[in-house]
Design a binder for this molecule. Structure first.
Ligand code: IMP
Ligand code: MG
Length: 167
């Protein structure tokens, strides 16, 4: 495994995203929706830099199984427990690869009529994600490599690593 993004660089970036959110949502109470399992580390670091009031919820999707390539068949494994209608929502994703998961979630949440919806993603694979909307808060654009660590797994392993590695 080769180091790809150091723990220090990740922390700097997470803090700068949090600062932007603190400014953009001043006087509001957004709900952060973390996408399990991968986003739990990013979300937990992010919210500790958040100074405004906020709420947290999670949903869980599955599409990869133990493979490195998306099956394109997205299943909802845990639904949201919060009321989205009329609220300011920030979806928090670990990584956007094909873009299928984020598109699925965007549609799902938009159907529940939030007041606003923004997306925060730590990583975006630039060459393969084919998105027709922008990522509001983006950490790093990366090459088309399979990465692990900082919440990201391969076959459920390596989520505990502090930095991000190429497998
Ligand atoms: P997408 O639907 O293809 O955009 O895939 C998004 C999901 O696949 C992410 O939330 C991750 O859980 C997983 N994923 C995509 N690329 C990687 C990677 O390089 N390492 C680990 N997990 C990945
Ligand atoms: Mg995953």
């Amino acid at each position: 495994m080769k180091i790809y993004i150091s723990s220090e660089d990740i922390q700097k970036k997470v803090k700068s995203i949090a600062n932007r959110i603190n400014r953009d949502y001043k006087g509001k109470i957004p709900i952060f929706i973390g996408v399990l399992n991968g986003a739990f580390v990013f979300l937990s670091d992010l919210i500790r830099y958040i100074k405004i009031d906020c709420e947290i919820d999670f949903l869980k999707l599955s599409s990869y199984g133990d493979r490195k390539i998306s099956t394109g068949n997205i299943k909802m494994l845990k639904e949201l427990n919060c009321e989205v209608k009329g609220r300011d929502i920030i979806v928090v994703e670990d990584i956007i690869d094909s873009g299928l998961s984020i598109k699925f979630m965007k549609t799902l949440i938009e159907n529940q009529k939030p007041k606003s919806l923004k997306i925060a993603a730590l990583l975006l694979k630039k060459d393969i994600s084919n998105l027709d909307f922008k990522i509001d808060y983006l950490g790093f654009t990366i090459e088309n490599k399979f990465v692990v660590g900082y919440g990201l797994d391969y076959a459920q392993k390596y989520r505990n690593l502090k930095a991000i590695y190429v497998l």
